[in-house]
Design a protein around this ligand. Structure first.
Ligand SMILES: NC(=O)C1=CN([C@@H]2O[C@H](COP(=O)(O)OP(=O)(O)OC[C@H]3O[C@@H](n4cnc5c(N)ncnc54)[C@H](O)[C@@H]3O)[C@@H](O)[C@H]2O)[C@@H](O)CC1
Ligand SMILES: Nc1ncnc2c1ncn2[C@@H]1O[C@H](COP(=O)(O)OP(=O)(O)O)[C@@H](O)[C@H]1O
Ligand SMILES: [K+]
Length: 505
């Protein structure tokens, strides 16, 4: 499903009205009615409802909601926070209908009066500001937002919590902290920004009759859901053999960090790889092998438990490789990563310490004729780009698209809403995962799943989006059925892959 910016939402809206011929007043009615259907599931009709409306179409939705709740027997008051002449067009039409239906509207701009009304209500419907907000929230909205947040009453936002920007790039704002948000037709970008999404509370899309299309050539962002995975994940052929499912190489690990490659290898095998070989320091092999007996091993030259040299490896005998996990950041390991980038004429995934190694070698990556996948978390992305972590979290879509295009890489910017970007600038947002994954080792497991997916018979975009989905889905199933976010550890996520594959395909 497309994720839209405010501009794209307006384009879709304009298309529906101007080319499709649908009346904007009907769209507004549809939005209000669809949201009322949701509200009636949450709120009993004995509860007193206060609808806060602003000057735009978001306020127009508020009038439709108020009229339809009134029809259903709810006690409703609309507080209009702007002067009458500010309410225009479709919103003015629906305001008049509400009046015709004997609805009560109070024009209020004093925050103390708003507070009195709030104290006599059980539920507040926030239809103050929608996706048309520009700049900082002005008065009286700012104060009203602060009062609503302070009161902690059930708050339901229309389309977007008032004050939250629809798009990325705005770091500081005052906004309603909604319990529920009913998002009109398509998800807005800010739903997938970790500093904005908490404001939405629980959210759901409501359909109002707009086409699900995008007119943008430049900003193709989609969510990746279970349906997408089911459609694209290759089925295992009855006649397949181990060679059909990929021979992968994992390079990394050190005397003090053997677990990382062990988890990557095990996760790769549990996600369907035919054969996995681990290249690591000799000292680490016994402990890794006891956890991952299915893999084979190459002993690398080492000094004090750190890889110092790359043995002669015929990279072409592998289908893909992953490098960097637990490898350390010495000069010797950096030069090995560099050699692999140049010599390995196969798809490679670079993670963790490998990302530190490549900072100065991005031009070499650009020259590669085979796909390169980078999997930074925001800290690593900051190191690679020179932006601060805050800047990255404020504009993760822009920063990662720019980087993927500029360096010709597939970029997986990990986080609460992991963003997958391809070298053409297409982007997907993963929809699975939970805070149980915020533990050391989760990234190593992801690398293993991705390595495996890269070797299955699917496009690389599908492989990476499916890999991220499967990783998060494993954690989600575990947390809902047997573990908790507290005790979940990375090796559990590997074990949880069983449930994912059993339920998904
Ligand atoms: N046909 C349509 O256009 C539809 C739009 N829908 C609703 O319409 C909304 C978008 O409507 P609008 O484009 O009118 O935008 P808004 O409803 O967000 O209102 C924008 C108005 O708010 C004021 N404003 C902007 N920035 C402000 C700030 N920083 N502080 C205080 N006031 C500010 C300005 O007067 C501006 O005209 C959507 O979020 C959705 O709720 C729905 O009704 C569905 C159909
Ligand atoms: N709060 C969270 N919600 C969802 N996913 C998370 C959360 N925290 C971490 N993750 C996921 O866990 C993984 C962590 O990777 P990373 O930071 O590289 O960990 P490590 O290097 O310790 O293995 C990423 O896939 C990330 O998306
Ligand atoms: K709103």
């Amino acid at each position: 499903m497309h994720i839209v910016t405010a501009k794209e939402m307006y384009e879709i809206d304009r298309f529906a009205i101007e080319k499709g011929g649908i009346d904007g007043r009907i769209l507004m009615e549809n939005a209000g009615r669809a949201i009322v259907d949701q509200i009636t599931n949450l709120v009993d009709n004995t509860e007193r409802i206060l609808v806060l409306v602003g000057s735009g179409n978001n306020g127009g939705d508020g009038f439709v909601i108020a009229r339809n709740l009134l029809n259903k027997g709810y006690e409703v008051i609309v507080l209009q926070l702007v002067a009458d002449e500010k309410i225009k067009g479709d919103a003015a039409y629906h305001k008049q209908l509400f009046i015709n239906f004997k609805g009560k509207i109070q024009l209020v701009q004093e925050v103390t009066v708003v507070e009195q009304y709030l104290s006599n209500a059980d539920v507040v419907i926030d239809a103050m500001l929608g996706i048309g907000i520009s700049g900082e929230v002005r008065q009286p909205f700012k104060q009203v937002i602060e009062v609503v947040n302070k009161l902690e009453m059930l708050t339901i936002s229309v389309d977007i919590p008032s004050g939250v920007p629809a798009d990325e790039g705005v770091a500081n704002f005052t906004a309603i902290k909604a319990d529920y948000t009913f998002v009109v037709e398509l998800p807005k970008l800010s739903l997938y920004l970790e500093y904005c999404s908490p404001f939405y509370g629980q959210w759901r899309l409501v359909e109002i009759g707009l086409p699900h299309t995008t007119f943008s050539q430049d900003n193709l962002i989609e969510t990746w859901n279970q349906k997408n995975v089911v459609e694209t994940l290759p089925k295992r052929n009855r006649y397949s053999h181990k060679g059909s499912h990929g021979k992968g190489l994992v390079i990394g690990g050190s005397h003090t960090m053997p677990g990382s490659v062990a988890m990557t290898a095990k996760a790769a095998l549990r996600s369907g790889s035919g054969l996995i070989t681990v290249g690591t320091v000799q000292e680490a092999i016994p402990s890794i092998a006891s956890y991952c007996m299915e893999a084979t091993y190459i002993s690398f030259l080492s000094n004090e438990g750190i890889i110092t040299g790359l043995p002669a490896i015929d990279f072409s005998s592998y289908d893909a490789l992953a490098i960097g996990m637990g490898m350390g950041r010495s000069e010797s390991t950096a030069s090995i990563t560099k050699k692999v980038i140049v010599d390995a004429k196969i798809p490679i995934l670079i993670d963790a310490d490998g990302l530190q190694h490549i900072k100065g070698d991005l031009p070499l990556i650009k020259q590669r004729q085979h796909p390169t996948v980078l999997t930074p978390h925001p800290g690593e992305m900051a190191m690679l780009t020179g932006y601060s972590v805050k800047e990255i979290l404020t504009s993760p879509f822009k920063v990662s698209k720019q980087f993927a295009r500029e360096h010709g890489v597939y970029l997986i910017l990990k986080g609460v809403h992991t963003i997958i970007s391809d070298p053409n600038g297409r982007q997907w947002v993963n929809t699975t995962g939970n805070a149980g994954l915020a533990k050391g080792g989760s990234g190593d497991v992801l690398s293993g799943i991705l390595l495996s997916m890269m070797m299955q018979n699917q496009s690389l975009n599908d492989a990476l989006t499916n890999g991220c989905f499967i990783h998060g889905a494993s954690a989600d199933i575990l947390v809902s059925e047997q573990r908790s976010k507290q005790d979940l550890v990375a090796t559990d996520v590997i074990d949880g892959l069983t449930s994912v594959f059993r339920t998904l395909i």
